[in-house]
Design a protein around this ligand. Structure first.
Ligand code: CTP
Length: 404
């Protein structure tokens, strides 16, 4: 049994392909998986909850609460329970809602709160599948890290023939097994990632900060976890969420807090990726009360923060890989190369604020990677989760070189 004790949450939406979900559950259970099923109202018209409950050996969840006894069906608990959320069949309607954060049923609230990877098997007519609105939604879902099981080409319920048929249950189960068993590049590795800005308080209501959103660091953490690594993500203030359960998140506010956490976790890590935009300075003293408006100029004395990357560079062992980021506005290559030396990095990821679509807040980034020997590789402008794949691939190569 290849899925022994894996927890799979199966989401079924209102498509004619819903009948295949019965076979899907049977095959998953046969492989040893524990399956819970959440259905949309419309899905019940295509396959009965009784069939699905019998096959999955679990009650079916449709409503936010049980209409019989009022018991709350917690989408948060479902999201925590699952190792994988498989939505099959997924209609264009549900995918559109998933892409846009609409949460008007239990299947969708479970999606938004799922901590586990999500696999989606679309099912629809060929014209719907090809519509730019739908292809855009699929791209958005991919950018969230969701795995899309491309529909097959063949005869459709409408009588037309083309791409849109939900993949056969046997193939879906194979993909699920592959997902859990495939050889991941960073199995048994532990990685530290710093992300986001730091805030340096001036008084109880004000701080010095920067425009970092943490998107790049979070994308790297997700990709590392997708490759099997255990990740400690030390992040400054951000509105982002982590998805993969292998990420342990440590929230900090100031550079000093980030430094303490990083020094603490680094010795047990094989790799550290310093993607945080750490404030270089902090006020020398914190005003205990809110500073009042006055006629005179206000002078705030700033003192340097610890350079976290450089401090880790000092204690780095020969098998550990330390990677930094450089955000430069001028003399990019020279400054980046200098930082590799001064912080004892293995390589540095250079992103320029001059590049259109790259830098703080964007979903895309354009990077160059510069290694210790000054070799520079340039990458295209891409979505940050794709940039993360390039960075992680480089990390894997280097780690393999160091440990062989
Ligand atoms: N960094 C760090 N701690 C700091 C400052 C920077 O860990 N106090 C890390 C960043 O996370 C990044 C790298 O060092 O990986 C380079 O950051 P950057 O701000 O570009 O460089 P600085 O060393 O601060 O130099 P400058 O701001 O003068 O360019």
């Amino acid at each position: 049994m290849k899925l022994n004790d894996k927890h799979i949450l199966l989401g079924i939406t209102g498509s004619i392909a819903a009948y295949k979900a019965a076979i899907l559950v049977r095959l998953l259970v046969k492989e040893g998986a524990q399956v819970k099923v959440v259905m949309t109202e419309l899905a019940k018209e295509f396959i009965t909850p009784l069939t699905m409950a019998t096959l999955s050996k679990n009650p079916i969840l449709v409503d936010f609460f049980d209409p019989e006894n009022g018991q709350w069906n917690s989408h948060v608990d479902l999201g925590m329970w699952a190792d994988l959320y498989l939505i099959a069949p997924a209609t264009a309607n549900t995918m559109g809602k998933m892409a846009n954060g609409v949460a008007d049923n239990l299947l969708l609230t479970s999606y938004l709160s799922a901590k586990c990877p999500v696999m989606v098997a679309p099912a629809m007519d060929l014209d719907m599948f090809q519509h730019p609105a739908n292809t855009k939604n699929i791209e958005i879902l991919k950018s969230y890290g969701n795995i899309i099981l491309e529909p097959a080409t063949g005869e459709l319920a409408s009588g037309l023939s083309g791409k849109g048929r939900m993949e056969e249950p046997e193939v879906i189960v194979e993909k699920v097994i592959d997902f859990f068993t495939s050889k991941k590049k960073l199995n048994n590795k532990t990685v530290l990632v710093t992300a986001g800005p730091t805030y340096e308080p001036i008084d109880p209501v004000r701080y010095i900060g920067n425009f970092s959103t943490g998107k790049m660091g979070f994308a790297i953490a997700e990709e590392l976890a997708n490759q099997g690594a255990r990740v400690f993500l030390i992040t400054g203030p951000t509105s982002l969420n982590t998805i993969n359960k292998s990420i342990s998140r440590i929230d900090v506010v100031t550079a000093d807090e980030m430094y303490s956490a990083a020094i603490n976790y680094f010795p047990k890590c094989d790799i550290a990726v310093m993607s945080a935009a750490v404030a270089d300075f902090k006020p020398s003293e914190l005003f205990q009360e809110k500073v009042k408006r006055g006629k005179d100029n206000l002078q705030i004395n700033l003192v340097p923060n610890k350079d976290i990357a450089a401090e880790l560079g000092k204690i780095k062992s020969k098998n550990q890989v330390l990677v930094g980021f450089a955000l430069e506005t001028n003399n990019e290559l020279e400054n980046a190369t200098q930082k590799i030396k001064s912080k004892n990095l293995d390589f540095i990821v250079l992103n320029s604020l001059k590049e259109k679509g790259a830098g703080f807040g964007f979903n895309t980034n354009k990077i160059s990677i510069i290694d210790k020997n000054g070799r520079k590789s340039d990458f295209e402008l891409k979505l940050k989760n794709k940039v993360a794949i390039d960075i992680v691939n480089k990390l894997v190569d280097l780690l393999n070189q160091k440990n062989n």
